[in-house]
Design a protein around this ligand. Structure first.
Ligand code: E4P
Length: 218
């Protein structure tokens, strides 16, 4: 299972990368705005800064919603660095753009996926990654994890090569459940990755070991 971090914050990306378990970075226009990054030039420079931190792939999202605009933006994003994966929304024009990018050898991440039908379309178009948003489904009382299970099953039925990238994770159990269900990738905030470290018995056990060692070595 691959771990991607879902942020545009350079310090968080560095921290996750230094942990040695990071396989990629996903961003979106809201995450870029949260960091105060605006304007095509600054946005592209920020993507380059992310690519320079990690030896891993970096999803960069197009803003255009028409085919020609997506192709123009996607090509420009792909030129920033070999690590860039072009993130394209799950809309009619997006599917056409994914098909085009796939024929040009440009990797894509189909984003804003909320149904198995959308997942089938994206795989047929040749998306490299598919991002079902499980937290946002949970938010409206649909089980996001059920969708992951359904998509993993469908992709296995047909040997689709599109990787299931579970997105919009809110907590560590989302991540663990995605692992059980066979998601290829998870993308989540830093606190979800570092949250995996925590167990009170680990803390208690380590405190005991150190205390015993100190006593014996007085
Ligand atoms: C995925 O690529 C998205 O950037 C992200 O996971 C959205 O998560 P949110 O629902 O927490 O905004």
């Amino acid at each position: 299972m691959k771990f991607f971090i879902d942020t545009a914050n350079l310090d968080e990306i560095k921290e996750a990368y230094e942990l040695g378990v990071l396989d990629g970075v996903t961003t979106n226009p809201s995450l870029m705005a949260k960091e105060g990054i605006s304007g095509e030039e600054r946005v592209n420079a920020h993507y380059k800064a992310i690519c320079d931190i990690v030896d891993a792939n970096v999803s960069a999202e197009v803003i255009a919603t028409d085919f020609d605009g997506m192709i123009r933006e996607g090509k420009a994003l792909a030129k920033i660095d070999d690590k860039i994966v072009v993130k394209v929304p799950m809309i009619r024009e997006g599917i056409k753009a994914i098909k085009y990018f796939s024929s040009e050898g440009i990797r894509t991440n189909c984003t804003l996926v909320f149904s198995a039908g959308q997942a089938i379309l994206a795989a047929k178009a040749g998306a490299s990654y598919l991002s079902p948003f499980i937290g946002r489904l949970d938010d409206i009382s649909f089980d996001g994890l059920d969708l992951i299970a359904q998509i993993v099953h469908i992709y296995q039925n047909y040997g689709f090569e599109t990787e299931v990238l579970a997105a919009s994770l809110r907590h560590t159990m989302h991540l663990v459940k995605c692992a059980e269900l066979g998601a290829d990738v998870v993308t989540c905030p830093l606190k979800v990755i570092t949250g995996l470290l925590n167990h009170p018995l680990t803390d208690k056990g380590l405190a005991q070991f150190l205390a015993d060692h100190a006593k014996a070595n007085k």
